[in-house]
Write a protein that binds this ligand. Structure first.
Ligand code: NDP
Length: 453
């Protein structure tokens, strides 16, 4: 570790104690940025890196609501407005019991670079709550969302900060949040993305993160003359990102053999085809059931419950060509990464945000596999959110084919930016450096132009 990185990390840890995910995200990025600072001392002089790790604004608030039994519940709400150098803050809301300030700061920090890579004018932000939508009635989720928005509405707006969904925040939650915003402001604007089609949403937004991640994998594979045709793929998660990752892999001729949730995973050697995927979508999006039920419906599949005594995740220890972690942060540790490499995986494409630990990333880089980090590979979701904002401003809707073509082009462009930046800075084929540097340069130049703000 260089002296610059060491000192910076000391300061970040002292100022942000007990936020290991935020430290991890910063460490990964600043390691790559060293290469840029050597070439551009002006960034160092302007303290761009020291400024970029400090959120522009952090909001934390009480969210009281009443459950179906009439009992009062209190959750904590957050919005991190990280960086607005290239556009309004943009990034999702996560509702999950594990949510805390450090996790949202890591996500907001990643979002700054990701949004810059999309080529669209969006700053970075993230928010959410420790509220757990699992097991709650629709009426409880609505009351929570209304209470959450009753504070958040004063801080956001179509030209200020435009939230979207993330873990635990899908179409249902965005609907309740939008309804309350509209009621409080008396305005119908594009203040949230991921909206329903009949009230300002964009075609392909639900599919965008999963499709985009598979487009990115295809671009990486093409650098080695390969395609997804006939490849066996491991996918984790079974939510929005995982579902559309499976759909696109199937369309491109690959075979997906795993899916998971926080209770365990299923392995289906025959592959999760379109009919089985339709079952998963109904199970997860409508019935809100558990992935275990897949193995009851399709007895050839094997369900393995999560075992917290294991120091690895057996999902990543099946023979496969490609892996698409699409559940949550740090779901691939060093041992998992070693299993993947030993089993002959040629590409790991991150649908989730920071699903691989730093030690795991190093295993992939040392093995020379095609490793696409989340901030590049899963940028398709926010990219189509950006397209939803444009359509809202124009009061116009593009067709499914138009949005999909734009998404595909954006993913190709992000891939090219990563490849070019990794080559320009002397580490060809290293998508970690490519994504961090490619995302940083545009934001850094905007910050230089805008003075000390
Ligand atoms: P969903 O809520 O739709 O699905 C999340 C999935 O991950 C569920 O299967 C969930 O299982 C599982 N999961 C969540 N937390 C954990 C955990 N701690 N341990 C194990 N499994 C867990 O979320 P998304 O599909 O939208 O998001 C998945 C990932 O993709 C996240 O990292 C998110 O930040 C990232 N992402 C999402 C984008 C989007 O457009 N939605 C855009 C870019 C990135 P369970 O139901 O049991 O909780």
């Amino acid at each position: 570790m260089s002296e610059f990185v060491e000192n910076l990390m000391k300061e970040v840890k002292a100022k942000n104690p007990d936020q290991p995910e935020f430290h991890q995200a910063v460490y990964e990025v600043v390691n790559s940025l060293e290469l840029v600072l050597e070439k551009h001392p002006e960034y160092r002089q302007a303290k761009i890196v020291e400024r970029i790790v400090e959120p522009e604004r952090v909001l934390m608030f009480r969210v009281p609501w009443v459950d179906d039994k009439g009992e009062i519940q209190i959750n904590r709400g957050y919005r991190i407005e990280m960086n607005s150098a290239i556009g309004p803050y943009k990034g999702g809301l996560r509702f999950h019991p594990s949510v805390n300030l450090g996790i949202l700061k890591f996500l907001a920090f990643e979002q700054v670079f990701k949004n810059s890579l999309t080529t669209l004018p969006m700053g970075g932000g993230k928010g959410g709550s420790d509220f757990d939508p699992k097991g709650k009635s629709d009426a409880e989720v609505m009351r929570f969302c209304q209470s959450f928005m009753t504070e958040l509405f004063r801080h956001i707006g179509p030209d200020t900060d435009v939230p979207a969904g993330d873990i635990g925040v899908g179409g249902r939650e965005i609907g309740f949040l939008f309804g309350q915003y509209k009621r409080l402001r008396n305005e119908f604007t594009g203040v949230l993305t991921g909206k329903g089609l009949s009230w300002g949403g964009s075609l392909i937004r639900p599919e965008a993160t999963g499709y985009g991640s598979v487009y990115f994998a295809s671009e990486m594979l093409s650098t080695r003359g390969e395609t997804l045709e006939g490849k066996t793929c491991l996918v984790s998660g079974s939510g929005n990102v995982a579902q559309y990752t499976v759909e696109k892999i199937n369309q491109l001729g690959g075979k997906v053999v795993t899916l998971s949730d926080s209770s365990g995973y299923i392995y289906d050697e025959e592959g999760i085809d379109a009919e089985k995927l339709a079952y998963v979508m109904e199970l997860k999006n409508v019935k809100r059931g558990r992935i275990k039920e897949y193995a009851e419906k399709y007895p050839n599949a094997v369900y393995t419950p999560r075992d917290s005594n294991l120091d690895y995740n057996p999902l990543w220890n099946h023979k496969a060509d490609c892996a698409f972690p699409s559940a949550t942060q740090n779901e691939i540790n060093e041992k998992d990464a070693q299993h993947l490499v030993a089993n002959g995986v040629i590409t790991v494409t991150e649908g989730a945000n920071m699903p691989t630990t730093i030690e795991g990333v190093n295993v992939f880089l040392d093995a020379g596999i095609l490793y696409g980090p989340g901030k590049a590979a899963n940028a398709g979701g926010v990219a189509v959110s950006g397209l939803e904002m444009s359509q809202n401003s124009m009061r116009y809707s593009w067709t499914r084919e138009e949005v999909d073509a734009k998404l595909h082009n954006i993913m190709k462009s992000i891939h090219k930016t990563c490849v070019d930046a990794s080559e320009d800075y002397g580490t060809p084929g290293n998508y970690v450096n490519g994504a961090n540097i490619g995302g940083f340069l545009k934001v850094a130049n905007a910050m230089m132009d805008q003075g000390i703000v």
